[in-house]
Design a protein around this ligand. Structure first.
Ligand SMILES: Cc1cc2nc3c(=O)[nH]c(=O)nc-3n(C[C@H](O)[C@H](O)[C@H](O)COP(=O)(O)OP(=O)(O)OC[C@H]3O[C@@H](n4cnc5c(N)ncnc54)[C@H](O)[C@@H]3O)c2cc1C
Length: 412
C-alpha cells in the first residue's frame, strides 16, 4: 500500500482519538467520524470528577485490575501504560500529579484543556473530523461504502482499514449507545452482553421513611464486605451514597462486578456494611453496653460511637425496636448491617460497560477475524476495570494497539 491509505476511525472518544494519533503519525489519511456534534464528550464528563487519567501503582499491580482480561490487555498496556499516559499528557502541555490515593490527575483537574490541545495536534497532523456522522452498521459490511447518517441524509465513505472505537453503552446521551453490538454480531463478530460496570444497585429495601430522609446522603468512613457464592471476597473501607431505591458511589462501584455477577447467578447479593470499621466488635459491644443512665439510646450511640443520621437510620432499618435494645444484636449489626441487593441500576447510568467485542473474535492486533481490515478498540471490547484511571488508560492503549494493527496490515 502507499502512504495515501485511508483509515476510517469511527468513534471519537479517547480510544478513537488515540488510534487517529498513531495512524496519522504513520502517514495514513485519517478520517474520524462521530455521531455527536463534537468528540470526546464522555472524556469531558470524566473531567468533572477531576479526570483520573491513570494510576501510579507499579505496572504489575496495575495490570491485575483487569482481572480475567489481564492476559489480553497486558501486552497493550506494556506498549502504552500509565507512564506513557503521563508522558503523552505532558507532550500536550498538561502536567499530571499523583493524588493521595495513587490516582493520577492533570494538575488543573480538567479534561477540556487536554482535549483541546489533543484535537489541535490531531488537526495539525492532518486528521479530518466528520461530526454528526453516525455510522449505520446494519446490513452487510462494506469498507468501500461505510454508511453514515448525517443531518443532510446518508453519506458513504471508503476506507482501506477501519478502526471502530464506539464506546460502551452507558451515558447514551453522550454518544455511546451500544447500537453497534447487534450489527457486529450479525457480521459474525462475537459480542459478550453489554452490562453495567462500576454501577449502582437497587433493592436495599429502604423504608419510605429512610429513603425520604436519607436518599442522596453519604455513608462516610464505613466498610463493606461481600463474599460471593464461589468464595470470592471483597472487603474495603470507603464511602458510598444511599439512593431512593438502593446504593451507589465509589465503594459500591469497587465491589460492583462481584455483586452484579452474583445477582445474575443467584438473584440477589447481600453485602455487610460495617458502620465503624476502625473499632473492633469488642470495642463496639463495650460502648453499646456502657451504662447510659437517663440518656436515650440514640444520644448514647451518638456520644459513645458517633453513630447518628444515616448510620443510625440504617440500624433502624435492619433491627426491630426490641432488637435495638439488645446490646449484643445492636453491636453485631453496627459491625455488619446486611444490605440485600437485587438488581443493578441500568447500564445507561453506569460509569462503564462490561462485555463487548470478545477477544477471541479478534486477532492479537485487535482485528476482527470475521471482518478483515476492521479493528476494534476501547470500552467496546470485552474487558472491565474499576475506577482509578484504568478505563481511560486501557481505552487509549487499545486505540493505539488497533492503530498499530491497521498500520501493519496496510504496510505503512
Ligand atoms: C461519569 C463518568 C466519569 C468517568 N471518569 C473516568 C475517570 O476519571 N477515569 C477513567 O479512566 N475513566 C473514567 N470514565 C470512563 C471513561 O470515560 C471511558 O471508559 C472512556 O471514555 C471510554 O473511551 P472510548 O473511546 O472507548 O469510548 P467513548 O469515550 O464512549 O467514545 C465513543 C465515541 O463513539 C461515538 N459513537 C458511538 N456510536 C457511534 C456510531 N454509531 N457512529 C459514530 N460514532 C459513534 C460516541 O459518540 C463517542 O464519541 C468515566 C465515565 C463516566 C460515565
Amino acid at each position: 500500500m502507499t502512504v495515501s491509505s485511508t483509515v476510517a476511525v469511527i468513534g471519537g472518544g479517547p480510544a478513537g482519538l488515540m488510534a487517529a494519533e498513531v495512524l496519522s503519525a504513520s502517514g495514513a489519511q485519517v478520517h474520524v467520524y462521530d455521531a455527536m456534534p463534537s468528540v470526546g464528550r464522555k472524556f469531558l464528563l470524566a473531567g468533572r470528577g477531576g479526570l483520573n487519567l491513570t494510576h501510579s501503582e507499579p505496572f504489575d499491580v496495575f495490570v491485575t485490575r483487569f482481572s480475567e482480561r489481564r492476559a489480553q490487555l497486558e501486552p497493550l498496556l506494556a506498549a502504552f501504560g500509565p507512564q506513557q499516559a503521563r508522558e503523552w499528557a505532558a507532550g500536550l502541555g498538561i502536567e499530571t500529579f499523583v493524588g493521595t490515593s495513587g490516582r493520577v490527575f492533570p494538575t488543573d483537574m480538567k479534561a477540556a484543556p487536554l482535549l483541546r490541545a489533543w484535537l489541535h495536534r490531531l488537526r495539525a497532523a492532518g486528521v479530518q473530523f466528520h461530526m454528526r456522522h453516525r455510522w449505520v452498521g446494519d446490513g452487510a459490511f462494506d469498507a468501500n461504502a461505510l454508511r453514515f447518517a448525517t443531518p443532510t441524509g446518508e453519506v458513504t465513505a471508503k476506507a482501506d482499514a477501519v478502526v471502530l472505537a464506539l464506546g460502551g453503552a452507558s451515558w447514551a446521551r453522550l454518544g455511546s449507545d451500544g447500537a453497534w453490538a447487534p450489527w457486529l454480531q450479525a457480521q459474525g463478530v462475537a459480542v459478550a452482553p453489554l452490562l453495567p460496570a462500576n454501577c449502582g444497585f437497587d433493592g436495599a429495601g429502604w423504608s419510605e421513611h429512610f429513603s425520604s430522609r436519607f436518599a442522596g446522603q453519604p455513608f462516610k468512613s464505613v466498610a463493606i464486605a461481600f463474599t460471593d457464592s464461589q468464595g470470592r471476597h471483597f472487603a474495603r473501607k470507603g464511602e458510598f451514597v444511599a439512593t431512593a431505591t438502593g446504593i451507589e458511589g465509589s465503594l459500591v462501584y469497587a465491589a460492583s462486578a462481584l455483586l452484579r455477577d452474583e445477582i445474575a447467578a443467584n438473584g440477589s447479593a447481600t453485602l455487610l456494611l460495617d458502620l465503624l470499621p476502625d473499632r473492633s466488635a469488642e470495642q463496639v459491644l463495650a460502648a453499646v453496653k456502657h451504662p447510659r443512665g437517663a440518656r436515650s439510646l440514640s444520644s448514647h450511640l451518638k456520644s459513645r460511637l458517633g453513630i447518628e443520621g444515616i448510620k443510625a437510620g440504617v440500624l433502624h432499618e435492619a433491627l426491630s425496636k426490641e432488637a435495638m435494645q439488645d446490646p449484643a444484636q445492636l453491636a453485631a449489626t453496627i459491625k455488619a448491617v446486611p444490605l440485600k441487593l437485587v438488581a443493578t441500576r441500568p447500564v445507561d447510568e453506569a460509569i462503564s460497560t462490561a462485555g463487548g467485542v470478545r477477544f477471541d473474535a479478534l486477532d492479537p492486533a485487535l482485528m476482527a477475524t470475521a471482518l478483515p481490515g476492521v479493528f476494534a478498540a476501547g470500552e467496546m471490547l470485552d474487558w472491565e476495570a474499576p475506577t482509578g484511571g484504568y478505563l481511560l488508560t486501557a481505552a487509549m492503549a487499545s486505540g493505539a494497539a488497533a492503530a498499530r494493527g491497521a498500520i501493519q496490515r496496510l504496510g505503512l
